[in-house]
Design a protein around this ligand. Structure first.
Ligand code: NDP
Length: 291
């Protein structure tokens, strides 16, 4: 069993991004700049955005963090996005989800200029991805592809089972794993909460990508010997042995599943850091387009 090490792979990719950024600055006088919008005080969202802003600094990108209280209206938020769309200094815009209930995710995502849609959530971005046209790829699925590529895992002909069908992870993942490319060329099954006898399906998988949001949901009896397991889930559970009283676990019962796998991602330090790499690569590409 080999651990797919998100920290090591992301360090490698970040050093490449840093070099390319220095070159872009020296040759074209252009510094990639990411704007992040955070609404409210959700601790997980605060941590994710903080990480993204810190990574910008590490890579030599500029960054702008716009913070708003939960009370901001949808109209006001759309106005802020308009301003960022019009600002030539800004290459990428990300809006940290979830948003408060009175604000429509779709309205906000649709308002972002597709040329600055570095999270890859806009309908035009996803439409282009679906048609195989050049586009930003949604950050988490992109990060997973970068991980598979780094370890030279040839997914052609594999049966890939994706559990979860969200617009930001599960659904784009199925598109990317089935496209005619490497990584890709897999035969893909998508599963969700209405899937019957999930274990019977996952047991036939050469590669399982779990994006469910349920702690340790994928158990050892659902996984065949030698499978590759990619765990996207980030779930906080109580743990009295920790000072904080809690810890993070994935959607996979790691301790029992890992011994059966050929490769597996841990949580944390697996897909999480790769998502940030996907976002940063998209921001660099956006900056190159904005020279
Ligand atoms: P969503 O809640 O949007 O989607 C969850 C999906 O899981 C849904 O499609 C749902 O099915 C499916 N599901 C729920 N219960 C079951 C079940 N019992 N059996 C089969 N399928 C089920 O979540 P996201 O895609 O946004 O995120 C998934 C997880 O990944 C979360 O833990 C999130 O925190 C994490 N995440 C991690 C990232 C990273 O960088 N590592 C980035 C983004 C997310 P249905 O559609 O039928 O409701």
């Amino acid at each position: 069993m080999q651990i797919l090490d998100g920290i090591a792979v992301s360090a490698h990719i970040k050093s490449q991004i840093k070099q390319e950024t220095e070159k872009l600055k020296a040759e074209k006088g252009k510094t990639p700049h990411l704007a992040a919008i955070l609404v409210g005080h959700n601790p997980a969202s605060e941590a994710y955005v903080g990480n993204k802003v810190r990574t910008c600094e590490e890579l030599g990108f500029g960054s702008t963090l716009l913070r708003f209280e939960d009370s901001i209206t949808e109209a006001q938020l759309l106005e802020e996005i308009k301003k960022l769309n019009a600002d030539d200094k800004i290459d990428g815009i990300l809006v940290q989800l979830p948003l408060p209930k009175h604000i429509s995710d779709n309205a906000v995502i649709n308002a972002i200029d597709p040329g600055k849609d570095v999270d890859g959530f806009h309908p035009i971005t996803q439409g282009k991805m679906l048609l195989g046209q050049p586009s930003f790829l949604p950050a988490t699925p992109y990060g997973i592809l970068l991980m598979l590529e780094h370890y030279n895992i040839n997914t052609a002909g594999m049966h890939c089972v994706v559990i979860g069908r969200s617009n930001i992870v599960g659904t784009p993942m199925t598109v990317l794993m089935s496209r005619n490319a490497q990584p890709g060329n897999a035969t893909v099954t998508i599963c969700h909460s209405k899937t019957k006898d999930l274990a019977a399906i996952t047991k036939t998988a050469d590669i399982i990508i779990a994006a469910i949001g349920r702690p340790r949901f994928v158990t050892a009896d659902m996984v065949k010997e030698g499978a590759i397991v990619i765990d996207v889930g980030i779930n906080r559970i109580d743990d009295a042995t920790r000072k904080s009283g809690s810890r993070l676990v994935g959607d996979v019962d790691y301790d029992n599943v890992a011994p059966k796998c050929s490769y597996i991602t841990p949580v944390p330090k697996g897909v999480g850091p790769m998502t940030i790499c996907g976002l940063m690569k998209n921001t660099l590409e956006a900056a190159k387009e904005h020279v």
